[in-house]
Design a protein around this ligand. Structure first.
Ligand code: BES
Ligand code: MN
Ligand code: ZN
Length: 495
């Protein structure tokens, strides 16, 4: 999809479909603006019939028999004084859904001036792009499907918008990669396939790659990670990608939970626990690799970025973990596995220890870690745990800019008593109440306290059951844009 800014006036533009963002109370302006395209009385009548006033989420499609444009989709933006960039994004996706099966060259006309032009152009372009991604990889027949080939953002100062627009493709390709990794089923996306994907990124974007096999992980004493992996016939692959700019002023590590399937292990997922959905338990790793894809192309200066995934499957065979086993992580801590279904934190424990050894300025992990987080925050908001206020603010700002929901949750130290074991240093699960807090506290045991660290639980946000804003039903690619925004901001700070 080609996205560009054009400085045409709206009634000079020609193409098949127009999406027009309408502020509440500006209907008369619209009628005036489009009077050369649609008869004023007709447009007025259609607005009236549909009670279209430009309220948020309202939309109205008008087909035009002859002229330069065949269809106009008006989408409401609500009141000017309440307008946020996120409203542009949402309106752009509502419009996009209405033209998806229609035509190839789409023009978009929004009240750009209400914002900094670059941000508005970026948000709208990105929204169109992300809304229209469709995963047809597993269909045997890919019927001739209509795709939007060309998008023009109309009435923009091309020079001003250009550099923001040029970032849309790398970032959206990162989100697309994350979505595709998540929606690929577990018989396709195995731990070794995930490693292959990392290899591909390394080759395409000149990143350094190290993959530790089982033996190398054993040598590092990664007993927690390997304990999860050993119940599967497929070998674990510990992935470490690195992006290095010419001058390094910051060093950060991104870690993603990479369970290509989570059966629960001997604490098998039964009943309503949706075992069939557990291909998405590598959502964290998908976001991290998606971010690597974007960073690899954007090549920000100053920040060295490490991308780490302890990939494996949580399965059941004769040598799988027993509930009650005691394992030892690479920092020497012993863990009583009182529930084999709390496997993500076991894999992350060794990944966090490994990350700390790199002595970074900050570590962020993303993980589909707990069902409790889904219960607490639903599918639009990820949970954020950190003891570091500055990191919390940075990540919240980065997420806010991306329109990705995030909410800081308490790292309540007293709840640590819930993961005390009578026989080992820790047990891997606590009581059900506050289950995502004890999960975060468990991870904290594997982080050097002098390194700023944040944990983001994306169990709810990595997937949506319905078309929602810029996310078509399925994998969302949540986190990629937040991470990229955060890294760009760090880069800006160290300039
Ligand atoms: N991958 C799951 C968490 C999950 C649940 C993600 C639902 C997405 C949707 C994780 O490994 C898990 O099974 N967690 C358990 C922890 C429990 C045993 C303490 C859970 O949340 O039930
Ligand atoms: Mn589990
Ligand atoms: Zn899991």
């Amino acid at each position: 999809m080609q996205i560009s800014a054009v400085s045409n006036r709206i009634n000079e533009w020609s193409g098949s479909v127009l999406i027009v963002g309408v502020l509440e109370g500006t209907i008369d302006n619209q009628i005036n603006l489009f009077k050369t395209t649609v008869k004023e009385t007709y447009l007025n009548q259609r607005f009236n019939e549909a009670k279209f006033k430009g309220k948020k989420n309202q939309s109205l499609s008008i087909e035009i028999i002859e002229g330069k444009v065949q269809k106009i989709v008006f989408v409401g933006l609500g009141k000017a004084e309440n307008l946020l960039i996120d409203d542009l994004r949402k309106a752009a996706s509502i419009g996009t859904r209405q033209v998806l099966s229609f035509e190839r060259k789409v023009g978009i006309f929004f009240p750009w001036d209400a914002f900094d032009l670059s941000s508005a152009a970026f948000a709208v372009g990105e929204a169109v792009r992300l809304t229209s991604i469709k995963d047809l990889r597993f269909k045997s027949e890919t019927k001739e499907s209509t795709q939007i080939d060309e998008v023009e953002l109309i009435g923009l100062d091309v020079k001003v918008a250009q550099s923001a627009i040029s970032e849309i493709n790398p970032i959206c390709e990162g989100v697309k990669l994350a979505r595709e990794l998540v929606s690929a089923p577990p018989n396709f996306l195995t731990p070794s396939e995930l490693a292959k994907e990392a290899k591909k990124l390394a080759t395409d974007y000149d990143l350094d790659l190290k993959i530790l096999d089982k033996k190398e992980c054993q040598e590092k004493g990664m007993g927690a990670y390997l304990a999860v992996a050993k119940g599967s016939d497929l070998d674990p692959h510990f992935i470490h990608l690195k992006y290095s700019p010419k001058i390094v002023k910051n060093k950060i590590v991104l870690i993603g939970k990479g369970l290509t399937f989570d059966s629960g292990g001997y604490n098998l997922k039964v009943g309503a626990s949706q075992i069939e959905k557990m291909k998405y338990d590598m959502g964290g790793s998908a976001s991290v690799l998606g971010a690597a894809r974007a960073i690899g192309e954007l090549k920000p200066s100053n920040t060295e970025v490490h991308f780490i995934v302890a990939a494996c499957e949580n399965m059941i065979n004769g040598s799988a973990l027993h509930p009650g086993d005691i394992v030892k992580a690479s920092n020497g801590k012993t863990i009583e596995v009182n529930n084999t279904d709390a496997e993500g934190r076991l894999t992350l424990a060794d990944a966090l220890v490994y990350a700390c050894e790199l002595q970074p300025n900050a570590i962020v992990d993303l993980a589909t870690l707990t069902g409790a987080c889904v219960i607490a925050l639903g599918d639009e908001i990820a949970g954020l745990w950190t003891d570091n206020d500055q990191l919390s603010e940075q990540l919240a700002r980065a997420a806010g800019k991306a329109g990705e929901g995030i909410w800081r949750m308490p790292m309540r130290d007293s709840y640590k008593s819930g993961i005390k074991s009578s026989i080992a240093d820790l047990q891997n699960t606590g009581p059900r109440p506050g289950g995502s807090i004890t999960a975060a506290l468990f991870l904290k045991e594997f982080v050097n306290s002098s390194i700023p660290w944040a944990h983001i639980d994306i169990a709810g946000t990595c997937w949506t059951e319905k078309d929602r804003d810029i996310n078509p039903k399925g994998a969302t690619g949540y986190g990629v844009r937040t991470l990229v925004n955060w890294i760009k901001e760090l880069n800006f700070k160290s300039n």
